[in-house]
Design a protein around this ligand. Structure first.
Ligand code: ZN
Ligand code: ZN
Length: 294
């Protein structure tokens, strides 16, 4: 079939009594009449294909689908600022914040502390990487910012390879520090160390069953090592600590020796092997234990 030019196509549509196909100039005119403070930077192809638009008032440039513009979508940056202002005037509560957080991040990010105001930083957790950070609700729900740890690593909790004494490991997070500790300090032979996707262990927490995958397995002694930073161990959140304890207890009930290595993120290569009774300690006791060694 012959490829028609847009003009030929429009003529053939008109002959058949169909609507003329929208051109780039049509769309530019439509934007100018509906939103004089916006400029179309890209070239219009179809209503469904996102192109760059600019909001002249604030200078923000973003990709927008023409059909969304036609349905009333405007500058997201200005919309976020307006929403933040509105929330400052009529405060939203913790319940509404949790709902909005769920909608904005599809449940991958949860708040671990109660909402105070739209600009008060509270603790959040990224369920995929299990790391936590302090963020203002204005940023998480209106500016749609996600987990800063994962963002720094290129958008996800990246898996990477790590070579230790000639053995290639697939690792995540701080597992390299754990491997170094096992090999250099505990003198574990590298060939005994397994990482990657290990067998799931079921654990019970908050009335639900979850799967737990530990970081490192030493096959010969059936020992599991979990590597945590001071953040992911839960030193600032009883909820995170309790969950970690539940995983360790379930592992022991499944017949494994379970050890927890704490990695100190700031500073040198320091790691701390927790005593086995950490699983029954209170948050305060664990903080004292780990805080002392920092
Ligand atoms: Zn704007
Ligand atoms: Zn993350």
């Amino acid at each position: 079939m012959k490829n028609l030019t847009l003009e030929e196509l429009n003529n053939s549509y008109q002959q058949r009594g169909m609507k003329r196909r929208k051109t780039h100039n049509d769309y530019v005119e439509e934007v100018a009449s509906k939103a004089p403070d916006m400029t179309v930077l890209g070239t219009y192809e179809t209503n469904k294909k996102s192109i760059l638009h600019k909001h002249d008032t604030c200078g923000h440039i973003w990709l927008l689908r023409p059909d969304k513009f036609i349905n009333g979508k405007r500058c997201p940056k200005c919309a976020a600022e307006r929403n933040i202002l509105r929330c400052k005037e009529g405060n939203i509560g913790d319940g509404e914040y949790k709902e909005r957080l769920l909608k904005t991040h599809s449940g991958s990010i949860i708040s671990l502390e109660s909402y105070v105001t739209i600009s008060t930083h509270i603790l959040h957790k990224h369920l995929e990487c299990e790391r936590t950070w302090y963020a203002a609700p204005a940023n998480t729900i209106f500016r749609k910012s996600g987990c800063p740890h994962c963002d720094r690593e290129g958008g996800r909790y990246k898996k990477r390879s790590y070579n230790k004494n000639g053995k290639e490991f697939i690792i995540q997070g701080y597992e390299d520090r754990g491997i170094n500790y096992l090999v250099d300090i505990l003198k574990t032979p590298v060939e005994q160390i397994q990482t990657g996707k290990l067998k799931a262990i079921k654990y019970f927490y908050n009335n639900k069953f979850y799967n737990y995958y530990s970081d490192i397995l030493i096959k010969s002694t059936k020992t599991l090592y979990e590597i945590k930073s001071t953040y992911t161990l839960g030193l600032k959140s009883d909820d995170i600590l309790r969950r970690n304890q539940a995983k360790a207890i379930a592992s022991r009930e499944a017949g494994y020796i379970h050890k927890l290595l704490v990695v100190f993120v700031s500073g040198d290569d320091g790691v701390l092997l927790l005593p086995d009774n950490w699983v029954t300690m209170s948050l305060e006791d664990v903080v004292n234990l780990v805080g002392d060694k920092k």
